[in-house]
Design a protein around this ligand. Structure first.
Ligand code: 3PG
Length: 397
């Protein structure tokens, strides 16, 4: 199923390696706040050192419109030096990178300036791509989280290189997500349960279509569930957030998948998000229009727990309540605990998406797999591949 080549399959000794990583990590006042993405790439970085490659480390940081000193990759140097226990060179230009690659020792690393400082990166420019591709012998993609972009360093540069392989973390991401995409490959098919929250149906229609094909059950929560509940005639339109323009889409999915889509039975309701006087759990059908549904209630949490106990694999994306408002994060916190428990019982649990990680908090280490990606995670589930992953399969040497 996952027949990508890795650093275990080819000899990189003395070879010039173009390593695309994603070290786009949260920054505040010039300081990196969370090094999870560096941690995720460490195995690949260390393997390149041990295997005596000459590595050009390429990453983006942020979304610069032009050269912005606050987004220079220079800030990453001490982290790489510490992780690799080696002096890492810095290349501010493509020419510098070329000269350093020619003159460095085997096992050395050169960090390129933020690749998005070159406008050609996002354009996937062919000449720029050829120039960088010609400087190196081997392409390694260790940047799953940006592999949905057809940018030069993700898609066009590897196109111009004969040997292109996957980093260990990218392999790991793909092998877990493939389990969802190939559900019908097992007999009997695995019981996949998807839990999909978040506020808007509008941004998740394609994801829902895809997950409804892969999964045996899809439980909806968060603001998006309100749209389905209104469409199903269960929730009175009132103060609850819902998307009027997507009621027809919700009705369409409900009519095509009447047994697969499960909606909240009850909810936590309030008279005000910011200054609540009244907060209580009510069955959805009993919610007065003057209240808004802001979290799932105890009956829904129990329903989710029961369904999770039946599943082989559980996927979770998106908060099930107004998570950023602490009184209303309880449902999402319960789901995190249910998934951690299911993992201990032997169920495969997969989660991804920025808000979902925040919901998991420290329990993220208790799941089988938590993706480092946001948009790429969702796009992989929609398409069951990504441009930057697909290119690694095509035209192997
Ligand atoms: C991310 O943080 O999701 C990745 O680094 C991709 O960044 P982008 O959305 O700016 O392409």
């Amino acid at each position: 199923m996952n027949n990508l080549l890795s650093l275990d399959d080819i000899d990189v000794s003395g070879k010039k390696v173009f390593l695309r990583v994603d070290l786009n990590m949260p920054m505040k006042d010039g300081q990196i706040q969370d090094v999870s993405r560096l941690d995720a790439s460490i195995k690949t970085l260390k393997a390149l050192k041990e295997k005596s490659a000459r590595t050009l480390v390429v990453t983006h940081m942020g979304r610069p419109k032009e050269k912005e000193s606050s987004l220079s990759t220079h800030v990453l140097l001490p982290f790489l030096k510490e992780a690799l226990d080696i002096d890492v060179m810095f290349a501010a230009t493509v020419d510098n990178a070329k000269t350093s690659l020619e003159s460095c020792n085997d096992g050395d690393f050169i960090l390129l300036e933020n690749i998005r400082f070159w406008k050609e990166e996002e354009q996937g420019d062919s000449n720029f791509s050829k120039e960088l591709a010609n400087m190196c012998d081997v392409y390694v993609n260790e940047a799953f989280s940006v592999s949905h972009r057809k940018h030069a360093s993700v898609y066009t540069i590897p196109k111009h290189m004969d040997t292109r392989i996957a980093g260990y973390n990218l392999m790991h991401e793909v092998s877990y997500l493939q389990q969802l995409c190939h559900t019908t490959d097992t007999t009997p098919p695995k019981f996949i349960l998807s839990l999909v929250g978040g506020s808007k149906v509008s941004t998740k229609m394609k994801l829902l279509e895809s997950l409804l094909t892969m999964s045996k059950l899809v439980v909806l929560g968060g603001g998006m569930a309100n749209t389905f509940l209104v469409a199903a005639g269960k929730l009175k339109p009132g103060n609850s957030f819902y998307e009027n323009d997507f009621l027809d889409d919700a009705r369409d999915l409900l009519s095509r998948y009447p047994l697969k889509i499960l909606l909240p039975i009850d909810g936590v309701v309030t008279d005000s998000l910011d200054n609540p006087n009244t907060t209580m759990a009510l069955d959805i059908v009993n919610v007065p229009a003057k209240y808004s549904v802001v979290d799932i209630g105890p009956k829904t949490i129990q329903m989710i727990k029961d369904k999770c106990s039946l599943a082989h694999t559980i996927l979770w994306n998106g908060p099930f309540g107004v998570f950023e408002n602490p009184p209303f994060h309880s449902g999402s916190r319960h789901i995190a605990a249910i998934l951690a428990e299911a993992t201990r019982e032997g169920t495969t649990t997969i989660a991804g998406g920025g808000d979902t990680l925040a919901c998991l908090g420290p329990l993220k280490d208790d799941l089988s797999f938590v993706s480092t990606a946001g948009g790429a995670f969702l796009e992989y589930l929609e398409e069951c591949t990504l441009p930057g992953v697909q290119i690694l399969y095509e035209n192997y040497v």
